[in-house]
Design a protein around this ligand. Structure first.
Ligand SMILES: [Zn+2]
Length: 209
């Protein structure tokens, strides 16, 4: 059957249907979305899960310990160099700062993991033109036309700093931001598909209706 390609509008003998229910000719897919074309042949749904083993409280801690350690260390060293000796008061202040921030960061990292674990695993998928986000306690579904996306970082996700810092495709539904493209090989699939489907690109938050 001859189908009209949703991209070039030409009739095509060979076409593929993507997850937004639109049909594209193989030529268009090959030239503008090769990763999507390859993924379509696997017949798998466009889906990605964020699981408990992908979050780490220690990651959050090490990140902040380094920042605060360097900060207090610098204060102490600058003072020592300026005065030619280690000042007891500044030393006490920095020691207190280091211990306090160490504990505070450890507690927030630990609480962060507990909080995040209540809504993991989270599954993000595109189904019949909708972006579906499923967690153990709720499932939300929004048409792609109400969503937007941008190339950001894992820190843009709700799980934020508990995730390994890396670039991600951040999809913004009217409710939340979800980072995708974390599974090896999935980044180009998400990006090409969202471009192909004409989903709004940009990080501006849409006003909820
Ligand atoms: Zn085409």
């Amino acid at each position: 059957m001859v189908e009209t390609c949703a991209s070039c509008r030409k009739g095509a003998e060979t076409w593929e249907e993507t997850w937004d229910r639109k049909r594209y000719c193989v030529d268009c897919l090959r030239s503008s979305a090769p990763a999507v074309l390859a993924f379509l042949t696997s017949k798998r749904p466009l889906q990605e899960a964020l699981t408990r083993d992908m979050v780490s409280g220690l990651r959050h801690c090490v990140r902040y310990w380094t920042i605060f350690g360097a900060l207090f260390g610098a204060v102490f060293m600058i003072d020592a160099v300026q005065n030619g000796k280690f000042d007891a008061m500044i030393g006490g202040f920095t020691a207190f700062g280091i211990i306090f921030s160490f504990c505070y960061i450890a507690v927030t990292g630990w609480l962060g993991v507990i909080a995040v674990s209540t809504w993991l695993p989270r599954e993000t998928s595109v189904l019949d033109g909708n972006c579906v986000v499923r967690t153990p306690d709720r499932t939300t579904s929004f048409p792609l036309s109400e969503c937007s996306w941008f190339e950001g970082l894992t820190s843009h996700d709700r799980a934020g700093l508990l995730l390994k810092a890396r670039r991600a495709i951040v999809i913004q539904t009217p409710l939340e931001r979800v980072a995708c493209g974390l599974i090896p090989g999935m980044y180009p699939v998400w990006k090409e598909f969202l471009l192909l489907a004409g989903v709004t690109r940009g990080r501006k938050r849409r006003r909820q209706k």
